[in-house]
Design a protein around this ligand. Structure first.
Ligand code: FPP
Length: 251
C-alpha cells in the first residue's frame, strides 16, 4: 500500500480515506472535454484526444491498484462518425497506436477488451484488437473495456436480435427472454452493472453510454476537461460514491 501511495502522490491524503471494502466494482468513464482542452491551448483537437488517451492509461492503472475490477471508457460513439473526417482519422490512428503499444499494456496487469460494433472498423484495427485481446486475455487485474463505435441502444438491439434468432430457430422459449438473458448478451457480458459513471467537462448527460447497465448507477460530474483529470479527481469521485445511499428502489 505504501508503494502505491508513494507512486500516486497526487491523490495524497484523500486516498487514505477510501474504504477498500466498499469500492465500486465497475466504473464507467465518458472521456469528454478533449476538444475544449486543446482549443484553450491553441492546439488541434487531436492533441486533446492524445492527451486524453494518456489519462485513461493512468486512471486504469490507478483504479487497478485501488482494487476496482472493471472500467469501461467511452472512446468513440456510433454518432462520432459525424465529425469531420480528419478528426475521425486522427482518432482511429490514435486507437491503432494505443493498441500497438503492447509494452505499455504489458507493463500492467490490465486486460483490454474493445467493445462496440467492430464491423465499421478497418481490417488493420480489427487485427490489432484481436492481438491485444489475445495478448492480455490471461491477465487477472482490472479489465478495461474500451468502447469504440459503441452505442447503448445499438448494443441492446444486437442482444435482442441474437435472442430472437434463437427463438426463431426454436432453441429459446420467448419466456426465457429475460433481463438476465439480455445482460449476458450486451458487450460487457458477465460483468456487474456499472456502479458509478464519471463524466467530466461540465456536460450532464449519458450520451448513449451503457444504457442497459446503468439502471441503478450513481453519477459523478465535474467541470474538469478529461485531459486535466487526475488520480486525485478519481479518488474524490470514489469517496463521493462511498457517501451515497444506494437503495436500488428499496427503502
Ligand atoms: C469527447 O470529447 C471525446 C471523444 C469523442 C474521444 C475520446 C477519446 C479519447 C480520450 C482517446 C481514447 C483513446 C483511444 C485509445 C482512442 P470531445 O472531443 O467531444 O471534446 P469537446 O466536447 O471539448 O469538444
Amino acid at each position: 500500500m505504501s508503494r502505491f501511495l508513494n507512486r500516486f502522490r497526487r491523490a495524497g491524503k484523500l486516498l487514505t480515506e477510501v474504504d477498500p471494502n466498499r469500492l465500486p466494482k465497475h466504473v464507467g468513464i465518458i472521456m469528454d472535454g478533449n476538444g475544449r482542452w486543446a482549443k484553450k491551448r491553441g492546439l488541434p483537437r487531436s492533441a486533446g484526444h492524445r492527451a486524453g488517451a494518456q489519462v485513461i492509461k493512468t486512471i486504469t492503472e490507478f483504479a487497478g491498484n485501488m482494487g476496482i475490477p472493471y472500467i469501461t471508457a467511452y472512446a468513440f460513439s456510433t454518432e462520432n462518425w459525424k465529425r469531420p473526417k480528419e478528426e475521425v482519422d486522427a482518432l482511429m490512428q490514435l486507437l491503432l497506436e494505443y493498441l500497438r503499444d503492447k509494452e505499455q499494456i504489458a507493463g500492467r496487469d490490465i486486460k483490454i477488451r474493445i467493445i462496440g460494433d467492430r464491423s465499421a472498423l478497418s481490417d488493420e484495427i480489427n487485427a490489432e484488437i484481436d492481438a491485444v485481446h489475445e495478448y492480455t486475455k490471461d491477465r487477472t487485474g482490472t479489465t478495461l473495456y474500451m468502447a469504440i463505435n459503441y452505442g447503448g441502444r445499438q448494443e441492446i438491439v444486437q442482444a435482442v436480435q441474437d435472442l430472437c434468432r434463437k427463438a426463431q430457430a426454436g432453441s429459446l422459449n420467448p419466456d426465457e427472454l429475460t433481463e438476465d438473458a439480455i445482460s449476458e448478451r450486451v458487450y460487457t457480458e458477465h460483468v456487474p452493472d456499472v456502479d458509478l459513471i464519471i463524466r467530466p467537462s461540465g456536460e450532464l448527460r449519458l450520451s448513449n453510454f451503457l444504457l442497459w447497465q446503468s439502471a441503478y448507477s450513481e453519477f459523478w460530474f465535474s467541470d474538469i476537461n478529461w485531459p486535466d483529470f487526475t488520480t486525485r479527481d478519481f479518488t474524490q469521485a470514489i469517496l463521493d460514491y462511498q457517501n451515497r445511499d444506494r437503495r436500488f428502489g428499496g427503502r
